[in-house]
Design a protein around this ligand. Structure first.
Ligand code: BEZ
Length: 391
């Protein structure tokens, strides 16, 4: 439905425009999952971008902004093939995507060599703003390390001494668990078990949960998103493990995108994330209201990442007079853009091209009839070290 709407939007813009107008459009190639395990994330990011164009401008210097969307299917080879199609066939000016770290890894060399700016609105692959950074790859979302490393020392300070880790078996899962493990162990804690179920094939967590129960860690630390997050939270609840072994992890687990399906099963989870819908600021309230008016649901962290990506693009295009031929000037303009968005202060670090942002630690609580993200701590201005990045 959503893809149809976007495809339609593109068609309407081009059909409604004269030939020169259509040729003159600023074409943004969007490569996100609209099917597969992370399909809903791609939808939320796209909705967030559309809202940003509505609020900040869908035309710059007389040139219409047109999105051309492609489904990555959360598959690295598909992501790369569709990226090449967007560049060679559609001749896009800029790229936005992807959601998954493995797809981002597959796209990186092509984008770097083609010298086309790629704005990443989700995939946290550390390498793309570390060892394999590129002047053409800018990330508005997070790095996998940035979200998770704050939780190691934090959990230790709460009194936890042993952790069990669980995440999908691909780059993001391993990088996130590595980040929490590194600083938890440095603080004096122990990781007593790790499980990495397959990303696309896992339908049942029962065998993994049986192992966690048998090891009796002080807490279980997980990363799951999309269909896996919904399934995991429900099964953890049904297993009755929550009272015995506290559930902690990367905050996507109980995203507003998955919460309607999880309901009260999400209560008790403690997570870290770059955005929760309960942030108490004027910017966030205005954003949530605008999003609800347009889409009749609560905006998620994925929506915010799409929204901030759209805003960054529009502001950079305005700063360069809508000129997309000078890609270097566009990226430099992005480095100069700072704003207070729904998640708080937002800016791109020119040393790595990764976003610098606040990280929120929250607990899922039942508040009246609602299950809410209650913020219990905030780590301001979290910035990655260059980690081998030299541009
Ligand atoms: C990733 O693959 O980088 C990712 C996917 C979903 C949520 C967060 C990170």
């Amino acid at each position: 439905m959503r893809i149809w709407r976007i495809a339609c939007m593109v068609a309407v813009v081009l059909v409604g425009a004269s030939r020169t107008e259509a040729e003159d459009a600023i074409k943004i190639g969007v490569i996100l999952p609209y099917s597969g395990v992370y399909a809903s994330l791609g939808g939320d990011i796209t909705d967030g971008m559309e809202l940003a164009f509505e609020l900040y401008g869908s035309e710059v210097a007389g040139r219409k902004i047109v999105l051309i969307t492609e489904d990555s299917e959360v598959k690295p080879n598909v992501g790369l093939t569709k990226t090449k199609k967007l560049v060679f066939q559609d001749k896009v000016d800029l790229l936005v995507g992807p959601v998954a770290s493995n797809v981002a890894g597959a796209m990186r060399d092509f984008v770097h060599n083609a010298k086309i700016p790629l704005i990443i609105p989700n995939a946290g692959n550390n390498l793309l703003t570390g060892e394999k950074c590129s002047p053409w790859v800018i990330r508005t979302s997070f790095s996998n390390d940035q979200i998770n490393r704050v939780m190691g020392p934090w959990l230790y300070a709460q009194g936890y001494r042993t952790l069990y880790l669980m995440a999908p078996d691909y780059a993001a899962g391993h990088q996130m668990m590595e980040a929490v493990k590194r600083d938890f162990v440095a603080a004096g804690g122990n990781v007593i078990g790790e499980e990495y179920p397959p990303l696309r094939e896992t339908k049942d967590f029962a065998p993994y949960l049986a192992k966690v129960k048998a090891s009796q860690p002080d807490a279980l630390y997980v990363f799951f998103a999309g269909r896996l997050a919904i399934q995991f939270v429900k099964q953890y609840h049904d297993f009755g493990l929550k009272k015995e072994i506290p559930l902690t992890g990367a905050g996507w687990l109980t995203s507003p995108l998955f919460l309607p399906a999880q309901g009260a099963a999400a209560v008790g989870f403690t997570g870290a994330l770059n955005y929760v819908p309960t942030i108490d600021s004027e910017e966030n309230r205005a954003f949530q209201e605008a999003f609800k008016n347009k889409y009749e649901r609560t905006a998620s962290e994925f929506t915010v990442q799409g929204f901030d990506t759209g805003r960054l693009l529009v502001e950079a295009l305005k700063a360069t007079g809508g000129d997309t031929s000078n890609k270097k000037a566009l990226v430099e303009a992005m480095h100069r853009i700072h704003f207070n968005g729904p998640r708080g202060p937002f800016r791109i670090d020119p040393a790595t091209n990764n976003v610098i942002q606040d990280i929120y630690i929250f607990e899922m609580q039942q508040v009246g009839y609602n299950v809410r993200h209650v913020i219990i701590d905030k780590i301001p201005d979290v910035q990655d070290a260059p980690n081998g990045c030299a541009m």
